[in-house]
Design a protein around this ligand. Structure first.
Ligand code: GRF
Length: 198
């Protein structure tokens, strides 16, 4: 299974996927890491693992054109799946339509609660007792595609926002590789919004 990973920031989810491949828990090859941010530490993680690390400048073209360049670049690597790991730009519908059910995202809440930015802060401010993370296919909405897997995390009374975010992140690192391995084994099927695991 060939994976392209898109990341804009620190890349801790990327690093956990790199480690899962290295220790044999995930039967996949990361064929490239692409970032819209030249300073993303994700690019450094990729270089250290000898994975092609590509910066694409989103400032040089309009949003539609940038997404076209991104999709064209991705296709040159022939990936099976495109894995969003802290990728901070919204993909255009035209981009999403080019890769139906082949784009994955991880979101730090139990969707559909707390879509959008700073989901951990939203959950913490709301005062939920349980939060978590979600891996889902990407459709043209915001954090709205079919859910593949979720993991719940307790929100403790003495948590601050960072403590909750940290506990969620630990589960993100486990869940993303587990879902990718299910895909590698061909065990994920989609019927409308319903995703089932064999
Ligand atoms: C994670 O919290 C992920 O759920 C969200 O963006 C963050 C990325 O963190 N989509 P990292 O760059 O993988 O460390």
């Amino acid at each position: 299974m060939r994976l392209i990973i898109l990341a804009s920031g620190r890349g801790s989810n990327l690093q956990s996927i790199i480690e899962s491949v290295a220790n044999g828990k995930l039967a996949a090859t990361i064929v490239a890491v692409i970032s819209d941010n030249p300073k993303a530490y994700a690019l450094e993680h990729a270089r250290r693992a000898n994975i092609p690390a590509v910066f694409l400048n989103s400032q040089e073209s309009a949003r539609g054109k940038f997404n076209e360049i991104l999709a064209d670049t991705i296709e040159t690597y022939h990936p099976d799946y495109i894995v969003l790991a802290g990728y901070m730009r919204i993909l255009t519908p035209a981009f999403v339509e080019r890769f139906p059910m082949r784009i994955l995202n991880i979101h730090p809440s139990l969707l559909p609660s707390f879509q959008g930015l700073h989901a951990q802060r939203q959950a913490w401010k709301y005062g939920v007792k349980v939060s978590g993370c979600t891996v889902h296919f990407v459709d043209s909405g915001l954090d709205s595609g079919p859910i593949i897997a979720q993991r719940a995390v307790e929100a403790k009374d003495d948590d601050d926002e960072d403590a909750l975010a940290e506990r969620i992140l630990e589960q993100e690192h486990l869940l993303y590789s587990e879902v990718l391995q299910l895909l590698a084994e061909g065990r994920v099927s989609v019927n409308g919004r319903k995703v089932s695991i064999k």
